[in-house]
Design a protein around this ligand. Structure first.
Ligand code: GSH
Length: 207
């Protein structure tokens, strides 16, 4: 049976899965779902009561975590960096973005920005042995982290002076042949969405 993926490319973890799908050239049935009206997709709700995106269906198996979906197709040596993304980068990004996207908040508290900067700093250190997170070859750990970092860079651009290694890695990820299709398109949508939510309050923060 062909794998089926429910996703919204506005969401970073959906894009991490799209990067994995494109890199491995997997045959997959892509089902785009709007995150803001996902409850209208009865098939998704039936399969996944958590209503989480992304959700992958592989015959009887339903997986509703982007990191776990990526890992189905790649060995578990990357686990540590995946957990760094799911336990450090993503929650810090969510704490910043969700109030803006869902509750009309237009100001970014200093402490939340500090937490995100700390995430950038840790990743910058992780990448010292680069060029990718696990060395010479790009892995799903890079896909998961770049989908988060690219989203957070909408609010906090990756400074080449403060995070030189992270900056170089981000440029390298952006140069991957499938990057634009798998991550760039949804990222632009996320950028527009955030700008609309912030309205006049929108400004890039120069760290
Ligand atoms: N740990 C999950 C996080 C996924 C996640 O938070 N997805 C959001 C969209 S960006 C979602 O579907 N949230 C459901 C909700 O808030 O109702 C993963 O790695 O896939």
């Amino acid at each position: 049976m062909v794998l089926k993926l429910f996703y919204d490319d506005v969401c970073p973890t959906s894009r991490a899965v799209l990067l994995t799908v494109r890199a491995l050239d997997l045959a997959i049935d892509l089902q785009e779902v709007n995150f803001f009206s996902k409850e209208q997709n009865s098939e998704l709700i039936k399969l996944n009561p958590l209503e989480r995106l992304p959700t992958l269906v592989d015959d009887e198996l339903v997986i509703s975590d982007g990191h776990a979906i990526c890992a189905i197709k790649q060995a578990s040596v990357v686990d540590e960096k995946l957990y760094f993304n799911s336990n450090v980068l993503l929650p810090r990004l969510d704490h910043l973005l969700f109030p803006i996207l869902l509750f009309g908040v237009k100001e970014i508290p200093k402490e939340k920005l500090y937490a995100l900067k700390e995430g950038y700093q840790i990743l910058d250190t992780f990448l010292e042995r680069g060029p990718f997170l696990l060395g010479e070859t790009v892995t799903i750990a890079d896909f998961c982290c770049v989908s988060s970092i690219s989203t957070s860079s909408i609010l906090l651009p990756v400074s080449s002076e403060m995070y030189p290694t992270l900056f170089k890695w981000y440029q390298k990820c952006k140069a991957l042949p499938y990057y634009d299709k798998a991550n760039g398109v949804g990222l632009n949508k996320a950028d527009t969405l955030i700008q609309n939510k912030l309205g006049g309050a929108y400004c890039k923060i120069i760290s």
